[in-house]
Design a binder for this molecule. Structure first.
Ligand code: ADP
Ligand code: MG
Length: 243
């Protein structure tokens, strides 16, 4: 049986009394590419944030490697949903990636030669080394996203959680990101990604979790990506249902 890297049981999250996540339970298997899909506003981002303790759940149990998130934080990389306004402050590409090494530093330790080398290699994997000195705010959306992936790589986490990293980016960046994440999975890392494009699920992912505030379906993509589950997740008026 595959080991679960993340398990969520009966998660409930509300914002000022309005439910965003309602009794959600699912498991993420080790070493695979897993996507979370669901309509806009169905609680996907909230779920990622709640698992990481960034928003408070009113109820629920979240375990990473069968432990509380606080004990596992260094081992979890997180790439939040991108919002252009977040990146107005001045920071260059290399320093952004270097931030990824901080969780593994000791208290008061500064990043040194080793950390700079880790950051340089992470930038090379996303083909952004030539942009090392550029300001983040000067990059295109796809380039920014590759830099944020590099920052997560520099953390050398065992599980990466990414919130719609492919949304609104160019095809080259998308191909690069998928290639890097697939290689990571092949080397034993676990990837969980909120994904918006139904047409690429089969190509990119092994496992899928379908949500609409609560769990609709979960399992291997080959068994789970069905018209019945898509209708249950998105509603009957979804366009482009597979046969
Ligand atoms: P998704 O990522 O699936 O689009 P979200 O988790 O962002 O969905 O949002 C789920 C619901 O919670 C939506 O109705 C959204 O408007 C609401 N919501 C999200 N963040 C906040 C917030 N900070 N304050 C109040 N409501 C929020
Ligand atoms: Mg979202």
């Amino acid at each position: 049986m595959t080991r679960d890297v993340l398990s969520i049981e009966n998660l409930h999250v509300s914002y000022r009394g309005v439910k965003a996540v309602n009794n959600l339970s699912f498991e993420v298997p080790a070493g695979q590419m897993t996507c979370i899909i669901g309509p806009n506003g169905s609680g996907k981002s909230t779920t990622l944030k709640a698992t990481l303790g960034l928003v408070e759940a009113s109820h629920g149990k979240v375990r990473f490697f069968d432990q509380h998130v606080d004990a596992m934080r260094k081992r979890i990389g997180y790439v939040p949903q991108r919002s252009t306004t977040d990146w107005d402050f001045p920071i260059n590409v290399f320093d952004t990636v270097l931030l990824g090494t901080y969780p593994n530093l000791k208290l008061f330790q500064r990043p040194g030669q080793l950390e700079r080398e880790i950051a340089r290699r992470a930038l090379m994997r996303v083909h952004m080394e030539e942009f090392a000195d550029r300001q983040i705010s000067d990059l295109s959306g796809g380039q920014q996203q590759r830099v944020f992936i590099a920052r997560a790589l520099a953390q050398r986490a065992d599980i990466l959680m990414l919130d719609e990293p492919l949304m609104g980016i160019d095809a080259t960046s998308e191909a690069n990101i998928i290639e890097v994440l697939t290689e990571l999975c092949d080397s034993g890392c676990t990837v969980v990604m909120v994904h918006h494009d139904l047409s690429t699920i089969e190509q990119y992912f092994d496992h899928m979790i379908m949500v609409n505030q609560h769990l609709i379906a979960q399992g291997p993509v080959s068994e789970t990506l069905t018209a019945t589950n898509l209708t249950a997740t998105f509603g009957a008026n979804l366009l482009g249902l597979p046969e």
